[in-house]
Design a protein around this ligand. Structure first.
Ligand SMILES: [Cu+2]
Length: 154
């Protein structure tokens, strides 16, 4: 299984110390449109993640490759919070992001989502590439205060 964490892994080798910065070279899922079309959206699973100061609940999200999902990203905090998971977004076939009553944004992939206090965004997707991916908030200092997590595709 591929492990793509943002944390730098230090690997001791015979020739010195090698710093591995995760797998940040992968490309996005290029056949997203056909995967989204082929998925049986009647079997869609709904998963919630709650953002607040300074956490994701749950802090580990688990998905099964090939199953269609709606991930409801709910900001129950007082600040804007981000859902930044670049390697995860590269590992899924994205259908759309829906802003509840406001509308839908259709794009082949996203790299980050920002959710305003008291609001939510719904990410519709099909997990494709198995692995462990990091999640964090890029709002000022939030990650250092604990706003980080992991996303697992099994
Ligand atoms: Cu935050």
């Amino acid at each position: 299984m591929k492990i793509c964490m943002r944390t730098k892994w230090v690997v001791a080798t015979g020739i010195g110390i090698l710093f591995v910065a995760g797998c940040e070279t992968g490309s996005y899922v290029t056949d997203s449109a056909s995967r989204v079309k082929a998925a049986d959206w009647k079997t869609m699973q709904t998963v919630d993640v709650v953002l607040k100061e300074y956490s994701y609940t749950p802090d580990t999200l688990k998905f099964k490759a090939g199953t269609p999902y709606k991930l409801q990203i709910l900001n129950r905090g007082e600040n804007n919070h981000y859902f930044v998971a670049q390697e995860f977004f590269k590992a899924i076939a994205t259908r759309k992001v829906q802003s509840n009553a406001d509308g839908e944004i259709k794009a082949p992939y996203f790299s980050a989502l920002e959710i305003f206090p008291g609001r939510s965004l719904d990410l519709y997707f099909v997990p494709v590439k198995k692995g462990i991916y990091s999640l964090h908030c890029t709002n000022n200092g939030h990650e250092e205060k604990g706003m980080h997590g992991a996303i697992v595709i099994e």
